[in-house]
Design a protein around this ligand. Sequence first.
Ligand code: NAD
Ligand code: DAU
Length: 353
Amino acid sequence: MKILVTGGAGFIGSAFVRMALAKAEPARVVNLDKLTYAGNLENLESVAHYPGHRFVHGDIGDARAVDGILDDEKPDAIVHFAAESHVDRSIFSPSPAFETNLRGTFTLLEAARAHRIPRFIHVSTDEVYGSLRAPIEADEDFPLNPSSPYSASKAGSDLLARSYFTTYGLPVIITRASNNYGPFQFPEKLIPLMISNALERRPLPVYGDGMQVRDWLYVDDHCRALMVMLEQGREGEIYNIGGSRSVPNIEVVQKILHATGAPDTLIEHVEDRPGHDRRYALTSAKLIRETGWEAEMSFEQGLAETIDWYRQHAGWIERVKSGEYLNYYARNYDNREAELRKASSARERTKAQ
Ligand code: NAD
Ligand code: DAU
C-alpha cells in the first residue's frame, strides 16, 4: 500500500510513519510536512534511509505541490495528521490554526477529490466534543461543541471532510482520538513539558486547580488504530479512539514528580487557560466492536516508558527547547497573566469593531 502521510514529522505522524515502515509488509510512505516548529526530521532518523520513505518538505495548503505529489505518486490512501495542534498557541495566535487546519484541509480534500483517492483518513480529535460533565462519555453521534480556536478549526475540518463523503462520495473516514502521549512529543504539551521540567527541577505550571480531566492514549495504540482504519474502517464513518484512562491533570503531574524523584514543591498553580475544557471523555465502543482494536498500553507503563525515553534523549529535548520554544515559553509561562490579558483585550477590540 502506498500512503501519503501529512504531518509525518510531528509527534503522532512520525510514530505512524515509523510503524508503517516497520511492518512485515511495509507500506510505501510519502511524507508531506511543512516542518513548522513542531515538525522535526530527527523524529524520522531511524527510517530516513528506508527505500520506502520519501520525505517532501511542503505545505498542505499549497494546491500545486499537493497536486504534483498525487500525480507522481498515486497513493492508495491519505492519512492526514498535519495541523497546528496546540490549544495555547491557538489562543495567542488563531490564524495558523485556521490556515492549516481549515484551509489546508480544504486544499487537501479538493486534491483528493480530483485524484479520486481511494481512502482518506482525517485525523480529528475528541476536543471537538468540548467539555463534558461526568459521567457522560461522547459517542460518535454526540454534538460538536468546541471551545478554543484550535478545537473549532478541527471541528470545522472534521465537518468539511465528512461533507466530501456525503456530497462527492470521497471515501473519507474520520477518527477522533483522545490525548496522546509517548516519545518524541513536543514539550509544549502537558506530559512532555512536565517531564522535562521535572528532570531539570524547574517549576511545573499547572493551569487553575489542576482538576481538569483528560483521557490518555499511548501514541502507538493510536497509530495501530489508524492502521486498522486503513483496512477495516467503513467509508463515511467516524470512529472515536480513546485510552479508557481518565486522569485529572494534577494526578498526572504528581505521578511524574514521583517517578523523577522531584519534590512536590515544584508544582506551581498558574492562571487558568481561557475557555479551558474541564473534562474530555469518549467511548471507543464502536471501534472495538467493529475491529477488535483495544488500547494495549496501561497508563502507568506508558508513562514510565515515556519518562525513560525523555531521560535518555536529553539531546533531543535540548535541541527542540532552543530558539522559538524559548519565546513561546516566556509568553505562555513567564509573562502569563499579562500575555493572556493582552490576548483577551485583543478579543474585546475585535468584538467592538
Ligand atoms: P504535532 O504538532 O506534533 O505535529 C504536527 C505536524 O504537522 C508537524 O510535523 C508540522 O510540521 C506539520 N504541519 C503543520 N502545518 C502544516 C502544513 N500546513 N503543511 C504540512 N505540514 C504541516 O501534532 P500531533 O500532536 O502529532 O497531532 C497530529 C494530528 O493529530 C493533528 O491533526 C491533531 O489535531 C491530531 N490529534 C492530536 C492529539 C494529541 O494528543 N496530540 C490527539 C488527537 C488528535
Ligand atoms: O484531546 C485531544 C487533544 O489533546 C488534541 O486534539 C490536541 O492536539 C492536544 O494538544 C491535546 O489538547 P489539550 O489541551 O488537552 O492538551 P495539553 O497537553 O495542552 O493540556 C492537557 C491538560 O493539561 C489541559 O487540561 C491543560 C493542562 N495543562 C497543560 C499545559 C501545557 C496545564 O495544566 N499546564 C500546562 O503547562
